[in-house]
Design a protein around this ligand. Structure first.
Ligand SMILES: NC(=O)c1ccc[n+]([C@@H]2O[C@H](COP(=O)([O-])OP(=O)(O)OC[C@H]3O[C@@H](n4cnc5c(N)ncnc54)[C@H](O)[C@@H]3O)[C@@H](O)[C@H]2O)c1
Length: 343
């Protein structure tokens, strides 16, 4: 089987490549990534067999590039798993146009190519954020209305809706998975767990948005990778599958857990100006994917401890990512603008 997987130099994509190369025989992967702020080739350097092997090839480029995507499809594919996206909610607030370009037009481009040439199944990796705020007592199933509360979520919801329309034309095969907040190794260090871990290790304060009462359902990335593969191989054409973990915890509680794990002073935690329109909580019902045989395998506290230990023990990776990002003038400007009053 030959797959095009996009966004593989980022967090979930690189974990998915690792997972598939270690567990699925007779699979070869073309990795496509345009190496945006969160994508870095060093994240793929340690995959089984290395970046360039019989089973894995890296291509630098964008899902928005029609000629490039067509040329990769012409090699003969059994499917596309699309993780390529701009993913940081705070960045979407300043530059929503980049999210429309990459997250919406990019997906539309994949669909247009698939309408013309056989690509096998397309699996779109989407998010619980498309449903907007919801509490654990009232979780959203796959038929819940889409009420995105930030520009990142809007772009992901729009992509899902384009897929729905393309399915209606009858020419393509596609499925969608909507995961909750992932955590694990190789995550870009501006996301909460790697950001706070790095700051604790450097003795820096932890900028906790607002009153810290916002809640997320934390899903270990390996569990999500298993879900993606299960839906790709066993999901029903045209269906959407939520993937949750049942690990709701407030950002304040999570910060305290990180401080405890690293034996640091809780006084490092500082409440700072909240993110505009910060959704209080997301919650999904994932009975549908349970029907395919998927369950959470990971204990939250164990996986959190392992994740924190991974960041502590891999400072070269963390610092290389930070250095590359900060050497990019646009990224540097974002950090300056966004965090100046938040630390
Ligand atoms: N992280 C989460 O908690 C979470 C949860 C549910 C769903 N998702 C979805 O999973 C996917 C991956 O998320 P992540 O956390 O790994 O993000 P990430 O930001 O770590 O990685 C995204 C990758 O996509 C690449 N990329 C961006 N635009 C591109 C383009 N036009 N063409 C090719 N590559 C491009 C980036 O360079 C980067 O390597 C995204 O689609 C995201 O919406 C993430």
């Amino acid at each position: 089987m030959k797959l095009l997987i996009t966004g593989t130099a980022g967090f979930i994509g690189s974990n998915l490549v690792r997972y598939l190369l270690s567990t699925v025989d007779d699979l070869s992967i073309i990795s496509l990534d345009s190496l945006e702020y969160a994508g870095n080739l060093i994240t793929l350097e340690t995959i089984p067999g290395g970046v360039a092997s019989e089973r894995h090839r890296f291509v630098l480029g964008s899902i928005c590039d029609t000629a490039l995507v067509e040329s990769l499809v012409a090699e003969g594919l059994d499917g596309i798993i699309n993780l390529a996206a701009h993913t940081h909610v705070d960045r979407a607030y300043y530059h929503p146009e980049l999210f429309i370009r990459n997250n919406v037009e990019g997906v539309l481009n994949l669909l247009r190519v698939a309408e013309k040439c056989p690509v096998g199944r397309i699996l779109q990796v989407s998010t619980d954020e498309v449903y907007g705020a919801a509490g654990p007592d009232n979780p959203c199933d796959e038929n819940a209305p889409l009420r995105p509360g930030n520009y990142y979520a809007s772009s992901k919801a729009a992509a899902d809706l384009y897929i729905s329309a393309a399915l209606n034309f009858g020419t393509i095969d596609a499925v969608i998975v909507r995961g909750t907040n992932n955590f694990g190794p190789w995550q870009y260090p501006e996301k909460l767990i790697p950001l706070f871990t790095r700051r604790i290790l450097r003795g820096e304060t932890l900028p906790l948005y607002g009153d810290g009462r916002q809640m997320r359902d934390w899903l270990f990335v390996n569990d999500f990778c298993r879900a993606i593969w299960l839906v790709f191989t066993k999901g029903v054409r045209g269906q959407i599958y939520n993937v949750g973990a049942g690990n709701h915890i407030t950002n304040a509680e999570l910060s305290r857990k990180l401080v405890t794990l690293l034996k640091a002073d809780p006084a490092l935690i500082r409440n700072v100006a909240d993110r505009p329109g910060h959704d209080f909580c997301y919650a999904v019902n994932w009975d549908k994917i349970k029907g395919l045989g998927w369950t959470v395998h990971t204990n939250f506290d164990t996986a959190l401890a392992e994740t924190v230990a991974w960041y502590r023990d891999n400072p070269e990776w963390v610092e290389t990512i930070m250095k590359t990002s900060r050497s990019n003038p646009k990224d540097h400007a974002f950090f300056e603008r966004h965090y100046r009053n938040r630390s």
